[in-house]
Design a protein around this ligand. Structure first.
Ligand SMILES: NC(=O)c1ccc[n+]([C@@H]2O[C@H](COP(=O)([O-])OP(=O)(O)OC[C@H]3O[C@@H](n4cnc5c(N)ncnc54)[C@H](O)[C@@H]3O)[C@@H](O)[C@H]2O)c1
Length: 441
């Protein structure tokens, strides 16, 4: 399928302060105009649909990006709608129009240029497609959709309307990840990648509650397809609204495996358990293995990834690890878990010399990536310092608005096509779990 080809678009992505532009296919950095500066005079009118936990984080980032006018928000829950509208007004000193229904918002806000969508996954396709058809560019949170056919429809609509669609896999705009890609593919600091590992481990948590007396009225819940308030708040755990923890958390990290291997997996095997919590539908724990056909230095080879999401045990939290025959890189959104371990008898580059090493379990010495990258040169240092101020969501939104300002799809770090490929890979886990492995007893 045309849309299933990851190489359709890797695009030129903006790195950090925009001192460089990063090409994810070639891994090359080039000096370029500061893309973050592009929106400063660009007057982009923006609305947010979905002002919950993530919507608020995105709203906080958007209000800080120069050149963006926050015009409207839409949320079916009065509690979240009012909270976020008040916060934006307090900072921007401008009124933000608030709507319950996105159709009314699109009708009454004809001047919107772009819409940021942070509703539950089951609503991503409806909201994205309507906004694209109304002529708006869209930043839609991951997981792009809980249904593959809906994700495909989102890509198709973006291409038909010519509007930009960015998916919220923000690691793709994180310069630590972008530089790690370069270390692997240009500097060859890990040699040939053969084994990837990732995890997101959490201690068991109760279902989310809501402030007493602040429920969404029954008729609104029903109108928008929510069975009750508990499911409305805990949509991630129910099949009607979400692909479950493997889609919610795994999609971020499994997406990075494909990016770093320049390949999509051709096969999957997986196991999952849905027997720990009595009150939820989705698999709380999933272990997955993918197999990839790769090339290294022009030679064909293979690699495997192992991924687990646990909601029953939290040790070591979340990270991704890329192991090859000359070294290993560990990455995480937690900067403390970003480090390089050279293989035995592998010389480290000059810019890593003198960096205070960290001691891991078993006394293993690792070189922390952020101080090392800051030592690599002035451009790297500036990008890393900018990253430390802003973090991933902000940079991913900056990348989106920079692309919107130039109406240039090639600038997007995570266009719909990549989001779709990730959906194919991640949602394949569900039938793989249902099928089970080779029975031995
Ligand atoms: N990129 C990331 O790191 C990241 C992190 C967390 C969440 N997310 C994604 O962000 C999205 C939202 O997650 P969340 O944790 O904020 O969930 P949430 O439940 O806290 O917020 C969802 C909001 O959407 C509103 N809503 C629900 N249906 C709606 C509809 N039909 N129209 C308008 N508003 C509606 C709810 O009232 C709520 O305010 C999800 O897709 C999630 O996967 C991404």
């Amino acid at each position: 399928m045309e849309m299933n080809r990851r190489d359709f678009l890797r695009g030129m992505g903006a790195a950090g302060a925009g001192m460089m532009v990063f090409n994810q296919t070639s891994g090359l950095f080039a000096q370029n105009a500061n893309p973050a500066a592009t929106p400063a005079n660009s007057n982009i009118n923006v609305a947010l649909i979905g002002a919950g936990t993530q919507g608020r984080i995105l709203a906080e980032c958007i209000r800080k990006i120069p050149g963006i006018n926050f015009k409207a928000i839409c949320d079916i829950w009065e509690y979240n709608r009012n909270y976020t509208a008040k916060r934006i007004k307090a900072y921007t000193k401008k009124t933000v129009n608030a709507y319950i229904d996105y159709k009314e918002m699109l009708e009454k806000e004809p001047d919107l240029d772009a819409v940021v969508i942070a509703t539950p996954d089951c609503y991503h396709a409806e909201h994205t497609i309507a906004c694209l058809k109304a002529g708006k560019h869209v930043y839609c949170e991951k997981e792009m959709s809980h249904k593959l056919e809906l994700a495909a429809e989102m890509v198709k609509t973006a291409n038909e309307t010519g509007k930009l669609l960015q998916i919220g896999h923000q690691r793709r705009s994180n310069p630590v990840y972008q530089y790690a890609y370069k270390m692997i593919h240009e500097d060859k600091m890990c040699g040939r990648l053969t084994a990837l590992y990732g995890q997101w481990n959490r201690t068991p948590e109760d279902l989310l509650a809501w402030p007493a007396g602040k429920e969404v009225p029954e008729d609104i819940l029903k109108q928008y397809g929510y069975d009750n308030m508990e499911q409305f708040k805990n949509w991630r755990w129910f099949k009607k609204y979400s692909g479950g923890p493997i889609a919610d958390l795994g999609s971020h990290q499994i997406d990075i495996f494909s990016w770093f291997l320049n390949a999509e997996p051709y096969a999957v095997t997986a196991f999952g358990g849905a027997d720990y919590f009595p009150n939820r539908e989705w698999y709380e724990d999933v272990t997955v293995m993918y197999d990839y056909k790769t090339t290294f230095d022009g030679k064909p080879g293979s690699a495997r990834s192992y991924y687990q999401v646990l909601n029953t045990s939290g040790w070591q939290e979340y990270y991704e690890r890329f192991a090859g025959d000359r070294g290993t890189i560990n990455l995480s959104e937690n900067p403390k878990n970003c480090f390089y371990i050279p293989g035995s008898n592998v010389e480290i580059p000059k810019w890593m010399e003198g960096i205070e090493q960290m001691t891991l379990g078993g006394g293993v010495q690792a070189i922390p990536l952020i101080p090392a990258l800051k030592n690599r040169g002035d451009d790297y240092k500036a990008v890393m310092e900018d990253f430390e101020q802003k973090q991933g969501h902000h940079l991913h939104l900056e990348n989106f608005f920079a692309a919107v300002a130039k109406n240039d799809k090639k600038m997007l770090n995570c266009p719909g096509e990549i989001g779709y490929d990730t959906c194919v890979t991640v949602l394949s886990v569900i039938p793989a779990v249902e099928k089970g492995g080779l029975k031995i007893r």
